[in-house]
Structure formats: C-alpha cells, structure tokens
Design a protein around this ligand. Sequence first.
Ligand code: HEC
Length: 234
Amino acid sequence: MDAIRTRLSAIRRHWVIAVIALVLVVLWIAFGALIGFLPGMVALALFALVVWWVVLEVIAWRARRTGTTTNPRREARTAVIAGVAVALVGFGLMQAVPYGRDRTAPPVTGEPTWSSAATRDLMVRACYQCHSSVVDYPAYANVAPTSWAVQHHIDEARGAVNYSQFATDPGRADDTIEVIRDGSMPPAYFTRFGTNPQANLTDAEKAALIAGLEKTPGMGDQGERGERGERDGD
Ligand code: HEC
C-alpha cells in the first residue's frame, strides 16, 4: 500500500511523463485495434506498464536501502530511462517468441472446382493470404507483435475455411458469397495502411467474383439461400 502511495505521488510530481506514457499506450492500443489484434496489444501494454512499475519499485527500494537521496529530477530521469529500457528489452524478447515464425503450411488436399481461372485469381488475390495453405507472408509478418497478429488471423481463417483443403473439409465455404457481398471479407484491417492493395477489389471485380462463385459448387449459391436465411433468423 505504501509503495503504491509513493508511486502515485511520484506520478503526480511527474505528470508530464505519465501523460506521455498514457498517450503512447493509447496509440499502441489504437494500432492494435486497427490491425485486428486488440486483446493482444492491450495485454502487452498492461504487461509493459506492470514491469515498468516493478522496475521503478526495485530502484526506489535499493535507493532507500543504500540511503541514496533522490531529487525529483533524478527520479524523472530514472523513470524515463527505465520506461525506454522496458520497451526496448520487451521488444527484443518479443522477437524471440517462436509463435508466428513457424510457417509450415497445412497440406493442399484439393481446391473448389472454380468456374473459371479468373474466379480463382480473384480469390487468391483477396482471400488466399489467410484462407489457404499457400500463404505468402508479408514483410510486416517478420516483426512481432504484427507477426503474432498475422499468424493469429491465418490460424482463425484456416479454422473457418481453408480453400486449399476444400475437397476434404469445406468448412464455412458455403458462406463465401455472403461474406464478400456484405463486405465483411477480406477484413478491413487487412488493407488498412495501404497493406495488401491486391485484396482491395473494385466493385466490378467484386461483381465478377460473385458471378464466378455462383457457378462454383459449394460457395453458397442460390439453392442454399433458403437454408442460410433460416440461419440468419436464429
Ligand atoms: C486477413 C485475413 C483474412 C482474409 C484476407 C480473408 N479472411 Fe475470411 N476470415 C478471416 C478470419 C480471421 C475469420 C474468422 C473470424 C471471423 O469470422 O471474423 C474469417 C472467416 C471467414 C469465413 C467464415 C465466416 C462465417 O461467418 O461463416 C468465410 C466464409 C470467409 N472468411 C471468407 C473469406 C473470403 C471469401 C475472403 C476473400 C474475399 C476472405 N475470407 C479473406 C480472415 C481473413
């Protein structure tokens, strides 16, 4: 309790540093929301703040033990250096985490019988970066934490439907036309910041893709509309 009270009064003394730290955390979290990785980025931010706090407690405890007197300027400098160090070391450690580095792809068991090469081409451009066994990892997937976000999306996407395994497991492929029509796929975060522009289909391309998918078995064609209508209702 006492430690918390001292730390809180330190925060009051150095509110400028506290505000800057808060702004950085908010920016970090906003970025997390924009890349579709909000919970992960919130967890990382909280973790970093807790570590920073603990480091400052340890430094204060050692100063008390050795009887070192601190003045506010020194206290502020220590807080900033510790904060930067926690961020840099944390960033380095994140790069060592194996998650997101394992790029072994699940086997290709057979794609849908695409109605035309152009249909497949559009699917590859807009969907295969997540829903296939032939993912071509973007450069930003080499750096954590975006590599974790990318891997997480690919894992989830393959869990929903992997078009490379349609022959053995169609998954939710029967929702394909629907998610393209309602604009929920590809997810907005995928093309934000100008990333993956190839997936930004024009209205004409979207219409051509839907027309092609309507002639591709298993993508949720007219015949299945009644069934899907029921599911939407529940
Ligand atoms: C950035 C990765 C990514 C891209 C690109 C992407 N998806 Fe997805 N997709 C996901 C994720 C993650 C899920 C599972 C979570 C969800 O439903 O939002 C999903 C879910 C789905 C589902 C199941 C949804 C349901 O409610 O049944 C379908 C169908 C789908 N995607 C089709 C597509 C199609 C078609 C494209 C291309 C036009 C596409 N996706 C592009 C990541 C992606």
